[in-house]
Design a protein around this ligand. Structure first.
Ligand code: NOJ
Ligand code: CA
Length: 704
């Protein structure tokens, strides 16, 4: 009796009183928050008066079997405003403005007497919310079965998506209406950890365009100690619901202890596609930098003993062609070398020479450490020890040679997803890096995770990536993660996390059916929303058939000029000149752009963009008056006119234009390019022609 009265009271309160509106500073975005008739927390979002998110429910299913998405009452509501700017350690711009209005609603779940806060932040380009649980002795521990945040869209939007898979993001994008989402259509052929959660489930971030011209991106920010969010679509209602990556324990996705908070759920929206790329809201939703002394964090370019392992049969990570070897008990010196081991001292020195000759800061070496004879596919625990070099990799000689040439060495820690093994050995691995002066590490998580049953995107692994980032920060080491969970802006808090892969990189072009020419026009609207990508651009030998005449028809799905443009359109503070030096030596005129281009920026102008079609971006190098422009297109040829009105008025510049040749075409003639120079000012307009699958890269230097 008492209970139902209480419910009745909450129902009355919910319908009768509660309803709040919170606007962004310019009032472009308006969020409404209410409790509906059942006491369900409900929000909606509009942009310039147009509905973006129709009333959508919020809440949880906990593993206790109870539903925490209704029968709430409101205890207290507060609002605040915030307007400050901050300076990132590195980034696309030197100053970031964080201007938002905030509403917090403390709610009480009547049946269980659980308290939950929903916090909204509304920026001019983004509405965001998160759930928070205060320290509560009655509910100190929470086992989350699933979060049920809904995103109820207004129509059958054009959608750029990849399938929901908590173990990989390395898919080609599919473009369909929301009603056409079908994860079983995604091609998982070349992906070792391919699995489909459900046919209606996709990965976040998802990018959409409505028929009335709104660009909408749904994602998350500040993912920490919680699983990553996938989205399931109800195709009749055009409504997404969050689906958290699972754990090894059936029925539980997150194990929480109060006080705790979830990541932010973000809805970035604009009527201009360019604004989506320029948004800094995901960074703003992350906490300020927690590294006290950031002097060791220096954006850089690298070459690597790397692409030669990816292109057909060129060289190998493994030293011997013997399989099923155990880490312990194998006498590595006694093995017969296969003669194609890439990470040998002589070869590494060639890369160091090339880097030194061309002003490239660093060299990455993969396959330097024992264990590659039996590293993938067997889900075994003891794979690498991260400290024992192969007999032909003389670490002492290599590091002193690199130091003598002023080149930094970048470590490689492929874990093969035996994460328990990596955690046991990481301290000695870090000691090794410090002893030999390594300044950065590329980590990798190929294969199914150990502890078995955990996934790349689950809570346990999210904690693991955070532990590694913090350990590396303490050791003064920068990090570039491959196959990790997609980033959600935490490079603001830990800027030693320079980049992640966490999507389908250029490497797929070396050994699979590759990335479609539109791929790089979608990535910035999806994967890169949460942080830089180590895409590894700069491949000059486009056709893999040129390595061996064995019918291999893999190829990079761009022109050479587009490979150059990617250094600008695909932001990252670590950029690889990914091809083999011998391929660069044949095109040193084009390589000049890679030498010149910056990796850290004072300013960025997204000049034009349309997801799936084209992107043109201009950036001003950090601490310099040099500008760089990258323009890329999908499979369609494109002409465009670029106004240089962002240049200093009254100043003269020289522009060097690396364009597609007149007869260039990504498929039939990808290496055709032309390089021209031109005097320009802020009044100049450049007319660019991009080939099918092509691009254009431009450097603009002031004339002294
Ligand atoms: C996959 C990574 O993406 C790639 O860059 C690396 O070379 C291989 N794993 C081996 O670790
Ligand atoms: Ca990869």
């Amino acid at each position: 009796m008492k209970k139902s009265l209480l419910l009745f009271a909450s129902l009355l309160l919910a319908t009768a009183v509660w309803g709040f509106e919170i606007k962004s500073p310019s009032e472009n975005i308006v969020v409404n928050f209410t409790l509906d008739g059942k006491g369900t927390p409900t929000y909606s979002v509009s942009y310039k008066g147009k509905a973006v998110i129709e009333p959508s429910s919020m809440g949880f299913k906990f593993a206790d079997g109870k539903d925490y998405s209704n029968w709430f009452t409101i205890v207290k509501v507060d609002t605040t405003s915030f307007n400050e700017s901050w300076k990132p350690v590195w980034g696309e711009v030197s100053t970031i403005v964080d201007n938002h209005n905030e509403l917090t609603a403390l709610l009480r779940h009547v049946p269980t007497n659980t308290f939950m806060t929903i916090r909204f932040r509304v920026f001019d380009d983004c509405a965001a919310f998160r759930y928070e649980f205060d320290r509560d002795s009655n509910h100190a521990y929470i086992k989350v079965a699933n979060e049920v945040s809904q995103f109820n869209l207004t129509g059958d939007h054009k959608t750029f998506w990849i399938p929901g898979n908590p173990d990989s993001n390395e898919y080609r994008y599919l473009t369909t209406p929301l009603s056409g989402i079908d994860a079983s259509k995604a091609d998982g052929n070349a992906i070792g950890t391919h699995m489909i959660v459900a046919n209606n489930c996709i990965q976040s971030p998802v990018m959409m365009k409505s028929s009335d011209g709104l660009y909408i991106n749904i994602f998350e920010a500040a993912l920490s100690d919680y699983p990553a969010m996938m989205l399931t679509i109800d195709k009749n209602e055009f409504c997404f619901t969050s689906l958290l990556a699972g754990s090894a324990v059936k029925g539980v996705t997150a194990f929480l202890q109060t006080p705790c908070k979830t990541p932010w759920r973000t809805i970035i929206v604009s009527d201009k596609a360019e604004d989506i790329l320029a948004s800094k809201s995901i960074l703003n939703l992350n906490e300020p930098c927690k590294i006290e002394n950031t002097d060791f964090i220096k954006p850089f370019k690298m070459v690597g003993v790397w692409w030669e392992m990816h292109v057909p049969r060129r060289s190998t990570w493994n030293y011997a062609d013997e399989w099923n070897l155990k880490l312990e008990g194998t006498d590595w010196n006694a093995l017969k070398p296969n003669g194609r081991h890439g990470a040998n001292t002589e070869n590494v020195k060639k890369y160091i020479d090339f880097a030194a000759d061309n002003g490239i800061d660093a060299v990455l070496v993969e396959g330097w450490n024992v264990g590659w004879e039996d590293w993938a596919g067997n889900w075994k625990e003891e794979v690498f020890d991260f400290v024992t070099p192969y007999p032909d990799f003389n670490v002492k000689e290599i590091t002193s040679y690199a130091a003598s040439k002023g080149v930094k060495m970048i470590m490689h820690h492929e874990t093969s997803s035996s994460v328990t093994n990596y955690e046991r050995r990481i301290d000695s691995a870090i000691e090794f890096m410090k002893k030999w002066g390594y300044t950065g590490v590329k980590t990798g998580y190929v294969g199914w995770i150990i502890p078995r049953g955990e996934t790349h995107d689950g809570q346990w692994m999210v904690q693991h990536y955070d532990r590694v980032i913090k350990k590396m920060a303490d050791a003064g080491i920068m990090i570039d993660e491959h196959e990790a969970v997609r980033p959600t802006g935490q490079c603001r808090t830990y800027p030693n996390l320079l980049a992640c892969e966490s999507a389908r990189g250029n490497e797929f072009n070396a050994w699979s059916d590759g990335n479609l020419p539109e791929h790089e026009t979608i990535l910035p609207f999806t994967r890169l929303m949460g942080g830089p990508m180590d895409y590894t651009p700069g491949i000059f030998k486009i056709k893999m058939s040129e390595y061996y005449k064995d019918g291999n028809n893999c190829q990079v799905h761009t022109t050479l000029a587009k490979q150059l443009a990617l250094y600008v359109t695909m932001f990252s503070p670590v950029q690889m000149a990914a091809d083999i030096p011998e391929n660069y030596l044949k095109h040193m005129d084009a390589f000049q752009f890679i030498k010149d281009v910056a990796v850290d920026w004072d300013d960025t102008k997204v000049l034009e963009a349309e997801p799936g079609d084209y992107i043109t971006i201009a950036r001003k190098a950090k601490g310099s008056d040099k500008w760089f422009i990258g323009a890329i297109t999908d499979e369609n040829r494109r002409t465009t006119e670029i106004k240089l009105d962002f240049l200093d008025k009254g100043r003269k510049y020289i522009a060097t234009i690396y364009a597609d040749g007149k007869d260039a075409d990504w498929e039939s003639n990808p290496v055709s390019y032309s390089i021209t120079t031109k005097k320009v000012t802020s009044k100049s307009v450049l007319k660019l022609t991009l080939a099918n699958g092509g691009g254009c890269a431009i450097s603009i230097f002031p004339i002294k």
